[in-house]
Ligand binder design. Structure first.
Ligand SMILES: Cc1cc2nc3c(=O)[nH]c(=O)nc-3n(C[C@H](O)[C@H](O)[C@H](O)COP(=O)(O)OP(=O)(O)OC[C@H]3O[C@@H](n4cnc5c(N)ncnc54)[C@H](O)[C@@H]3O)c2cc1C
Length: 321
């Protein structure tokens, strides 16, 4: 199942020395060639979240005071066809905007429509918060005869129609941020759910927007019994999540699969030789902790090979029980 998801970047997640460069990169990829000159370089912080729905997109941006200027290139996210208009809602901060030598003063609540492929500068000495809607010309052409007439349109907040429109944009932003009641996306976003039950269950989104449900481990079965057990297992996992997310009832499952999970009676792996298999060394039965125990096994097997012995080998030896 495909779903909309937010992508975001915060300068707080990178080293101070890299903040500006990474912000310029993310902004350029999102909107257009971007160069930011912060009022206070040492204290510069900024965040950007973006989400696409159909041909439209919504961006929420915050930044400490800065002057930003944009060149002619349009970012890949904003416009694959390089034809995006941007509807800007200034939430906080009085700022100055220049496009094609035309200057505009933006106040909180004002709307501005601009063409992303034109060069511009935008300056705000105080902290800013903006919502932006990307509107491809191609999407507007079905509704507006000549979308170019919308370029550089400045709509002041005092106009009741503008105030109404900004409330709609804010409501859309809130809805997309929080999800709607009963929606399958409720609260999951980038989070992975993992219950504490035995057997456990987990759910997460994949990077290509599919929902992955897992868990419900059960003892191994062979032959025909295995096929039946697999079908039962898939149904159990599905029932478990559908009981918690009823919207899943309507979603078709694309793939089901299972893997073997080997564990030993005491939970520790077997690492070393086995008396029935001379000239062989084994490392198996990691019990779900193979990433850690695999490295330990590598060390112990090398020691076996070199003829070195320690009590660690006894801990993991076959026949220790
Ligand atoms: C879907 C899945 C999810 C997992 N999740 C987790 C998890 O969340 N946490 C965790 O700790 N573990 C997890 N594991 C387990 C973990 O990945 C493995 O236990 C671990 O990688 C095993 O390491 P290893 O070095 O013993 O074996 P492997 O990683 O299997 O390495 C064996 C190597 O030997 C090579 N080889 C095989 N035969 C020969 C041959 N004849 N000659 C030369 N080379 C050969 C293979 O190509 C391979 O590169 C998961 C495993 C799977 C499959």
């Amino acid at each position: 199942m495909q779903h909309m998801h937010w992508e975001s970047f915060s300068t707080q997640t990178v080293l101070p020395s890299q903040r500006l460069a990474r912000w310029n990169d993310y902004g350029s990829e999102t909107l257009c060639d971007l160069t930011v000159d912060p009022c206070d370089r040492d204290c510069f912080t900024a965040t950007l979240s973006r989400i696409e729905f159909g041909p439209l997109g919504l961006i929420e941006m915050t930044s400490t005071g800065a002057t930003a200027s944009g060149g002619l290139g349009v970012g890949g996210w904003a416009a694959a066809e390089k034809d995006a208009l941007l509807l800007i809602l200034a939430e906080t901060g009085h700022s100055h905007f220049t496009e094609n030598h035309r200057k505009l003063d933006l106040s909180p609540g004002d709307l501005l429509i601009r063409d992303l492929s034109k060069s511009w500068t935008h300056s705000c000495r105080a902290a800013m918060h903006m919502l932006m809607v990307k509107l491809p010309y191609s999407a507007l052409l079905t509704r507006v005869d000549d979308p170019t007439r919308l370029q550089r349109v400045h709509l002041p907040a005092r106009d009741p129609a503008v105030a109404f429109t900004t409330e709609v944009i804010r409501a859309i932003n809130r809805t997309l941020k929080n999800g709607t009641s009963g929606d399958i996306n409720d609260g999951l976003a980038d989070v992975m759910l993992w219950d504490t039950g035995r057997p456990y269950h987990y759910a997460r989104w994949t990077s290509d927007g599919r929902l992955l449900l897992g868990g419900g481990d059960r003892p191994h079965r062979s032959g025909k019994a295995r096929q039946r057990a697999m079908a039962d297992g898939v149904r159990d996992v599905r029932d478990y999540f559908t009981a918690r997310y009823p919207a899943l009832e309507t979603i078709a499952f694309e793939f089901n699969w299972e893997g073997l999970f080997a564990t030993t009676p005491d939970g520790l792996p077997y690492i070393g030789p086995h008396r029935h298999y001379p000239r062989h060394l084994f490392a198996l039965g990691y019990g779900g902790n193979g990433m850690t125990l695999g490295f330990l096994a590598a060390r112990l097997l090398v020691e076996w090979y070199q003829g070195r012995r320690s009590t660690d080998h006894d801990l993991f030896a076959f026949g220790r029980h």
